[in-house]
Design a protein around this ligand. Structure first.
Ligand code: ATP
Length: 283
C-alpha cells in the first residue's frame, strides 16, 4: 500500500496575458504549496478496475475525478496489467481555487510511479500530467514555481520566506470557466508584479513578496461575489500583512509573519466565514 499527501496551492500572483487560439488564456503566475492536505492511499488490485473511494458528495468517484484520470493514463501508457484502489480523504475545500483536484491527480501520478516501480522522474510525471489538466504539472513537485503557458510550463523557485497562511473559503462555488469567460482583457487594470514577486522569493525578502501579490481574476470574481472583498478587508483590518484571492476563487488567503497575528485574523473571520484554516506555507 502506498500513501501520498496532496497539498493545496495558493497563487502569489496570477496574470492573464492573452487568449490563445486553442481557447486557453496564456497565464503567468507564481504558485506555492501550503500545509493543508488531502490524503491518498493506493493499493494494487487483482482485477483490472480503477476503484476510487471518496466520502464526499461533491466529489465524483468515477472517470470524472482527476485522480481516476491520472491512474487511467498511467495504466494505459505503461501497459499496467492490474487495476488500483485509490482511497481519497478530502481535506482541501472543493472548487475553491486551491487546486484540490489537481493535487489529488498529481499525488496519484506519484503514487502509481511508486506502486508499480516505474522509476519515472518527476519531470516525466509532470509531462504526463499536462495531458489531463493545466495545474497538475505544478502539483507534481509540491514546491514553488513560476508557471506559464496554460500553467504547465514551470520554472522552479526557492521556498518562499516562512509565514502563516490563513485561508477563508466562503460558502459559494465559483466556476473557473465562468470567471475566465467574464474576464475582459481590454479593461485597464493594476499591473501584476510577477517579476518583482519572483525576485523577492529568490532574495528571501518577505516584505517585498507580500507587497507584490496580485491576481488578475480577483476583480472579476469579486464583481460576482462581493463577500470576497469583505473577507480581504476583514483580514487586513485584523492585522494580516496582505490578503488576496487564490486562483479563480473564491478562497481568500491572508499572510502573516507572526503566529499571534495569524490567530487574530482567524478570530476576526469567525463571524463572516465558516470555513477557515490557519496553516504554514510549505513551498
Ligand atoms: P483550481 O484551483 O485548479 O481551479 P479548484 O480548487 O477550484 O481547482 P477542485 O476542488 O479541483 O477545484 O474541483 C473542481 C471540480 O472538479 C469539482 O467540483 C469536482 O466536480 C471536480 N473534481 C474532479 N476531481 C476532483 C477531486 N479529486 N477532488 C475534488 N474535485 C474534483
Amino acid at each position: 500500500m502506498i500513501f501520498e499527501t496532496a497539498p493545496a496551492k495558493i497563487n502569489l500572483t496570477l496574470d492573464t496575458l492573452y487568449k490563445r487560439e486553442d481557447g486557453y488564456h496564456e497565464v503567468e503566475m507564481i504558485m506555492t504549496t501550503v500545509d493543508l492536505n488531502d490524503r491518498l492511499t493506493l493499493e494494487k488490485r487483482t482485477d483490472k478496475k480503477i476503484v476510487l473511494k471518496v466520502e464526499n458528495r461533491y466529489v465524483p468517484n468515477d472517470h470524472r475525478n482527476l485522480a481516476y484520470k491520472a491512474a487511467k493514463l498511467m495504466i494505459d501508457k505503461y501497459d499496467i496489467k492490474t487495476g488500483v484502489t485509490i482511497t481519497l480523504d478530502k481535506k482541501i475545500p472543493i472548487a475553491a481555487g486551491l487546486a484540490g483536484g489537481s493535487s489529488d491527480a498529481a499525488a496519484t501520478f506519484r503514487g502509481m510511479n511508486r506502486l508499480y516501480d516505474l522509476n519515472l522522474s518527476l519531470e516525466t510525471l509532470s509531462e504526463h500530467a499536462a495531458e489531463i489538466g493545466s495545474d497538475i504539472s505544478f502539483c507534481i513537485f509540491k514546491d514553488t514555481a513560476l508557471c506559464t503557458g496554460r500553467g504547465e510550463k514551470l520554472e522552479h523557485l526557492p521556498k518562499p520566506p516562512a509565514c502563516w497562511v490563513i485561508l477563508a473559503k466562503p460558502d459559494i462555488s465559483v466556476s473557473t470557466q465562468e470567471v475566465y469567460q467574464s474576464l475582459d482583457l481590454s479593461v485597464p487594470h493594476a499591473t501584476i508584479q510577477t517579476a518583482t514577486c519572483k525576485q523577492a522569493i529568490i532574495d528571501g525578502d518577505y516584505t517585498a513578496m507580500i507587497n507584490a501579490l496580485g491576481n488578475r481574476l480577483e476583480t472579476v470574481t469579486i464583481e460576482m461575489h462581493p463577500i470576497i472583498q469583505t473577507l480581504k478587508e476583514t483580514m487586513l483590518k485584523a492585522g494580516a500583512d496582505n490578503a488576496m484571492m487564490s486562483g479563480s476563487g473564491p478562497t481568500v488567503f491572508g499572510l502573516a509573519s507572526k503566529e499571534r497575528q495569524a490567530k487574530s485574523v482567524v478570530n476576526a473571520l469567525k463571524g463572516c466565514c465558516k470555513e477557515v484554516y490557519m496553516v504554514r506555507m510549505l513551498g
